[in-house]
Every structure is written in structure tokens, then in C-alpha cells.
Design a protein around this ligand. Structure first.
Ligand code: G
Ligand code: MN
Length: 407
């Protein structure tokens, strides 16, 4: 039985430590950050997980003391860690601890004193906590966001009104709950929930990290669904800082091709095209001097800033080895040039007859882009399934190439 006195003594003696679980970028096949997780490490006993002591901490009113301890430890560890592949580092907080301005002040002072980029830290809060909090808590967390820290919704999918919370809070990423991840291969329904959460994060232009990934099958499903980041035992358990730093190589996941992102790009393009055509037809029918024609209700015009443009420079670039990658990039740029020309003509008062040839060109270029994206997707799938077949053959010859579970 853990008592409040035990915890109080443990905090005083500094027996709590932060363990770090690496996050892994599936598009790049590399570690891309970490999550700090508190552990109680009594000198004469086993390491105790937070599940066993957090309820006591909460009941005993020791939560803000533990949070202050964790933040202090975090900055000490960050000084050792430096700006490495384990950065950004996220850490778990209880939203009610922000009731007092002290925690926010401690974090901001820590960032300034350590001279670290605020973007290298990310605050995680669970949806349940966010739901019940006061305006003061909201204001303090918003201050951290404004200072540049990331804000992640932890355990997404566990609560009952995640979407409402998402719409009200300035989250920069979602942590997909490990329960959802572990059930997603059980039914088409659960698979659909995970796929649509990934799509939603994409539409909101925020990050998503799948938690609790333990098997190769889960990993492959997520890659296919367009998920970019994960953490879980498949890559590594949470490790003490010293072990994290000296860990040479995390289990390499063989498939690091972001093929699921091609599907995202295809949908993004279909949405962009529809918006462009609707914009053109709506305004071309208006009087030539209508002020409505000046409204910026067209899709993103810059080919660098639209979702696909960013994809070419980030996750999609893992497919740059395919010759159609360049072809599709060119079609995409042409499409934007046509879009910009249409908007110019609409503003100049062009009617439906004048824009019709441009719409024809838009349609043809859109088909070119879609065609090359489909070829690119097939290229990605062929690479993945080719690799998978090779692994299976290797596994048959000399045991599993990738263990189902990694300790
Ligand atoms: O609430 P949050 O999602 O931050 O909790 C993460 C907890 O889940 C940690 O205590 C961590 O040890 C545990 N965890 C991390 N990866 C895995 C995993 O792959 N499988 C399981 N079962 N637990 C995990
Ligand atoms: Mn967490």
C-alpha cells in the first residue's frame, strides 16, 4: 500500500526519475523526439509505474508538487540531452496544476535559463483534464503555446468529447490512445476510427503520434493509413536518460516509405480542385464589377503552402526515388499557375465564357497530377510488398527479421 507519506518522502529524497520513450518517424525511419515519463525508483526496490502512485498523488493533493519536481528534473535532463534526435521532448501534466500560475512561470523561466528553443518542449494534457478546467488553466496553457511550446492532447480517443476539446484548445498534436491502436486490427470499425483520426489531424494540420505500437502488423497498418509518427515497445520501452543516450540503434522498422501519405495527397488534391472549380463558377456568374469577386474564398494559391506542396518537401520526399515523383511535382506546380491565373481573371471581371478554356486546362492538369500520384502510390506499394516478401523469406531462412515484441 502506497501512502501519501511515502510519496512525500520519495519526493524529498529525489527518488523520482524521468524515463524517456523515443518517438519514431515512419517516413524517415529515424527517432524524432521522446516523451518523458515519471517513474518512482526507491533505492531498495523495483521501479514503480505512475499507474500505481498517481491516484495517491492526486488524492493527497501532491499533484502540483510532483509537477514542479518533474519540470525541474526535465530541465536538468535537457541540459544533458542537448538538441538531439530525442528532441522535442514532451512531458505529461495535469491540467489542474496550471490553476496556480507558478507551473507556467517555472516552465517559461526554465526555457529562458536553459537557452533552449521553446519548440523543443511539448506539454501533454489529457482530454479529461482539459474538459473540466477553469479559464485560468486555459490561459496559462495558452501562454505556453504563445511562447512556442507544443501542446499535445494525450490519450486521444479515450474521452468522450475529444472533437469539442480539439476545437477549443490550441493543440499542435494528438497522441492516439494506445487502447485504440491495440484494437485497430480487430475490426473494420476500429480500423476506420484510427484512419479517420489520422485524416482529421492531417486536415487540422497538426501532428499525430500513435501510442503503444507493439507489433509489426500495427506498424504497417499505420504506415498505410498515412501516420507519420509512433511510439511503443516495438521501437523501445521508456528508458532511463543514461540508457537512452547510449542506446546505439533502436529496432529498425524496415518499411519507412510514407505510402499512406500519397493517399492523403490524392484526397487533398481532389478537395483543392473542387474548391477551385466551385470558386470559379460562383464568381464568373456575378456582375463584372461585383465586389464579391475580390473575396479570397479560393483554395491556397501558393504551391509551396498548400498541403500537397508541403508534402513534396516533407514526408513525400521519401518517394523521390520514383521517376513519377518529379512528374507529379511539375503537374502540381502547373496546376497552381493555372489557379492563380483564374483568380486574376475573376478579379478582372471575366465571365463564364472567358474562364471556360482555363477550367478545361485545370481539369486536364488535375488528371495528369492524379494519374502520376496513382502511379506513385503503386510504386510505393510495390516497394513495401517487395520488402515484406524479402523479409518473410529471410525470416523463414534465419528466424524473424523483426521481432513481434521488443523488450
Ligand atoms: O498516458 P500516456 O499515454 O502518456 O502513458 C504512456 C504509458 O504507456 C507509459 O507509462 C508507458 O510506459 C506505457 N507504454 C508505452 N509504450 C507502450 C506500449 O507499446 N505498450 C504498452 N502496453 N504500454 C506502453
Ligand atoms: Mn503521454
Amino acid at each position: 500500500m502506497i501512502t501519501a507519506q511515502d510519496i512525500d518522502a520519495g519526493l524529498g529524497a529525489r527518488h523520482f526519475q524521468l524515463y524517456y520513450q523515443p518517438k519514431f518517424s515512419m517516413a524517415h525511419g529515424e527517432v524524432c523526439g521522446s516523451e518523458a515519463l515519471v517513474r518512482w525508483c526507491p533505492p531498495d526496490g523495483d521501479v514503480i509505474d505512475p499507474g500505481a502512485f498517481l491516484p495517491v498523488v492526486q488524492r493527497a493533493g501532491l499533484s502540483s508538487r510532483l509537477s514542479a519536481y518533474i519540470v525541474e528534473q526535465l530541465f536538468e535532463d535537457m541540459a544533458v540531452l542537448g538538441p538531439t534526435r530525442f528532441s522535442p521532448v514532451s512531458f505529461n501534466t495535469v491540467a489542474s496544476d496550471f490553476e496556480d500560475d507558478a507551473l507556467c512561470a517555472q516552465i517559461l523561466a526554465g526555457v529562458a535559463a536553459a537557452g533552449i528553443a521553446p519548440e523543443s518542449l511539448e506539454v501533454e494534457i489529457t482530454e479529461q483534464h482539459a474538459l473540466s478546467c477553469s479559464p485560468r488553466v486555459f490561459a496559462n496553457i495558452a501562454r505556453l503555446r504563445e511562447a512556442g511550446l507544443g501542446l499535445a492532447m494525450d490519450d486521444y480517443g479515450l474521452g468522450y468529447s475529444s472533437v469539442d476539446t480539439l476545437s477549443k484548445w490550441p493543440f499542435t498534436s494528438i497522441k492516439l490512445d494506445q487502447g485504440l491502436v491495440q484494437r485497430m486490427l480487430d475490426s473494420e470499425k476500429n480500423a476506420g476510427i484510427v484512419r479517420s483520426a489520422i485524416r482529421m489531424a492531417h486536415e487540422l494540420d497538426i501532428g499525430l503520434v500513435a501510442e503503444g505500437v507493439e507489433t509489426a502488423a500495427q506498424y504497417h497498418f499505420l504506415v498505410d493509413a498515412g501516420c507519420m509518427k509512433m511510439q511503443g515497445y516495438l521501437i523501445s520501452r521508456p528508458l532511463p536518460l543514461a540508457a537512452l543516450i547510449t542506446h546505439e540503434r533502436f529496432v529498425p522498422c524496415p518499411v519507412t516509405l510514407a505510402v499512406g501519405l500519397v493517399q492523403m495527397a490524392i484526397v487533398d488534391h481532389i478537395q483543392w480542385r473542387r474548391k477551385m472549380v466551385a470558386y470559379t463558377l460562383r464568381h464568373a456568374g456575378e456582375p463584372a464589377d461585383s465586389p464579391l469577386r475580390a473575396e479570397p474564398d479560393h483554395p491556397v494559391l501558393s504551391c509551396e503552402k498548400c498541403q500537397i506542396g508541403r508534402w513534396y518537401r516533407n514526408g513525400g520526399a521519401t518517394l523521390a526515388g520514383s521517376p513519377v515523383f518529379a512528374t507529379s511535382d511539375r503537374a502540381h506546380q502547373r496546376l497552381h499557375a493555372i489557379g492563380a491565373e483564374i483568380v486574376e481573371c475573376i478579379r478582372a471581371g471575366a465571365g463564364i465564357e472567358q474562364v471556360r478554356p482555363m477550367l478545361g486546362l485545370l481539369q486536364q492538369t488535375s488528371l495528369d497530377l492524379l494519374g502520376s500520384l496513382l502511379v506513385l502510390e503503386d510504386h510505393g506499394l510495390a516497394t513495401i510488398y517487395g520488402e515484406k516478401a524479402a523479409q518473410a523469406a529471410a525470416a523463414r531462412a534465419c528466424g524473424p527479421a523483426m521481432p513481434e515484441r521488443v523488450a
